[in-house]
Design a protein around this ligand. Structure first.
Ligand code: BG6
Length: 489
């Protein structure tokens, strides 16, 4: 293994696209503003558009103006970023343009190179081959790949195989932007930076786990992509399963790429199959109809799309991690578009006290302890405990549930809210793959998800309607209710 050194050149494919303008360029600005980009590192944008350096610089400046709050902008940082920029039009299916790109890469690099593929995934393999054919994909280069890596296991393998012809796995950085979120890393810090939780973190003490990623948005003009994908492939295969892995994995020996990813893959491989035989009881799918989102009337999915569709915009699953630690503990996963609130959270409900010493009214007051790890929109950790309700009561004491609440935006009031890509860029530029997804993880996740999608098809399951602004079809309640649980709302 050759030791990575900080990249001397970052080449962004799809540099004029939506993701680049909203997230990637603003993240590079954030790193520049804090002097975190490697000294002398150049940024080369590439896309089909025939822009020159000046018009690309203008696009970058416009993106910063649009997506970075005015209070965080300053001319010095913007100037510093613009000075690093260059642009070279290219298209993976046009070899002459790729040769010209490779020549520019060669001219600008003076050390390691990081490529970032933010294009349609079908171009990943061809672009990597062209870079290799033109001699700029050898040692000291690495490549970041955006999701989705395929739409099922077979297409994921095809993309991974194709990229692997030019970049060995150690040099491939698959993005799941949830891993770049501060709150997600905080989950790792919470689990492995405190002695308190580990003894309780197992089936003996945990009754159920819920992972919710709720969005209020609809499909926002991405109908064509989304309709081909749906909530299972767009969100659950990657973001929710990564969160599940971080909650369920064994303590890694070190916080490094191999140790962390070795533990995550074991979780993915321990997931109990959901397929034709049990898909009807273990999953619920829905599609939003007209309703209200944030108090505004919104059309249904089919109207937004302009045609009828069987794509699910909501999915809820009851998953099981079949190993010693988690045997019998349901992991409820749910995600969807047009839900009542934008909220990403992990809720861990502990088991009830083994025996209640309290008789009288307190016996019915008793609630199990819960740990809420809220990742979005606010970052908050809440520990629900039982406490005595203040007062004198002749019938015996009363209990109330109280929350020990740690709000990170208050606790670390001076910390700026970062874009997930700032962390991911910083790590990939320096050659640290801990927060990126390894090939075996992506493929294991696809394998599990494929069985679910196949099960729906074979069982003839179609999404149930739910009005925009509600928590999915009513069957979602029965999914948890069957084991005596309730969603945390
Ligand atoms: C993307 C999905 O991966 O994540 C989108 O393709 C989704 O459909 C987005 O809206 C959600 O990300 P975040 O960071 O806003 O929670």
């Amino acid at each position: 293994m050759t030791q990575a050194t900080p990249a001397s050149l970052l080449t962004v494919f799809g540099a004029t696209g939506d993701l680049a303008r909203r997230m990637l360029l603003p993240s590079l600005y954030g790193l520049q503003a804090e002097n975190l980009l490697p000294d002398g590192m150049q940024i080369l944008g590439t896309a089909r558009s025939e822009l020159d350096r000046e018009s690309f610089a203008q696009l970058v400046a416009d993106s910063i103006a649009a997506f970075i709050p005015a209070t965080q902008r300053n001319d010095r940082a913007l100037h510093g970023l613009l000075e690093r920029l260059d642009y070279q039009p290219a298209s993976a299916d046009d070899d002459a343009s790729m040769a010209a790109l490779a020549a520019t890469v060669d001219r600008l690099r003076h050390g390691d190179v990081l490529y970032h593929m933010s294009t349609a995934p079908k171009f990943y393999g061809p672009a990597c081959h062209a870079l290799a054919a033109h001699g700029v994909a050898g040692p000291g280069t690495r490549v970041m790949l955006e999701k989705p890596i395929g739409k099922d296991l077979a297409s994921a393998i095809a993309i991974n195989d194709s990229v692997a012809q030019s970049f060995d796995e150690e040099r491939v950085y698959r993005v799941d932007h949830y891993l770049g979120k501060e709150g997600v890393q905080n989950l790792i810090a919470l689990r492995f930076g405190n002695a308190l939780f580990e003894p309780l973190w197992n089936a003996r003490h945990i009754e159920q786990v819920q992972i919710t990623v709720g969005e209020t948005v609809g499909v926002e003009g991405r109908g064509d992509y989304y309709d081909d994908s749906g909530a299972l492939r767009d969100m659950l295969q990657n973001h929710l399963l990564q969160l599940l892995c971080l909650v369920a994995m064994e303590p890694p020996a070190r916080f490094d790429p191999t140790a962390v990813r070795n533990e995550k893959i074991k979780v993915l491989r321990s997931l109990r199959a959901i397929d034709r035989s049990n898909v009807a009881t273990e999953s619920v799918i829905g599609q939003y109809t007209a309703g209200a989102s944030d108090g505004v009337a919104v059309p249904g999915y089919a109207d937004e799309l302009g045609r009828a569709s069987r794509t699910e915009t909501f999915v809820a699953l009851r998953a099981h991690v079949d190993n010693w630690r988690w045997s019998g503990v349901p992991f409820y996963l749910r995600t969807g578009k047009r839900l009542p609130s934008r909220s990403t959270e992990i809720y861990i409900q502990f088991r009830k006290v083994p025996y209640s010493i309290f008789g009288g009214p307190a016996a019915t007051d008793m609630q199990p302890n819960g740990l809420l790890i809220k990742l979005q929109p606010e970052e908050r950790i809440e520990l629900d405990l039982m406490s005595k309700t203040p007062g004198l009561d002749r019938n015996g004491l009363r209990l109330s549930q109280v929350a020990l609440d740690l709000d990170f935006h208050q606790e670390f009031a001076n910390a700026r809210k970062r874009i997930a890509y700032e962390r991911l860029y910083l790590d990939a530029l320096e050659g640290n793959g801990t927060l990126f997804v390894r090939r075996d993880e992506t493929e294991a996740a696809w394998q599990w998800v494929d069985a679910i999608a196949g099960g729906w098809r074979e069982a003839g399951m179609v999404p149930k309607p739910y009005p925009a602004g509600t928590w999915g079809p009513s069957a979602t309640v029965s999914l948890v209710d069957r084991l005596g649980h309730a969603w945390r709302e």
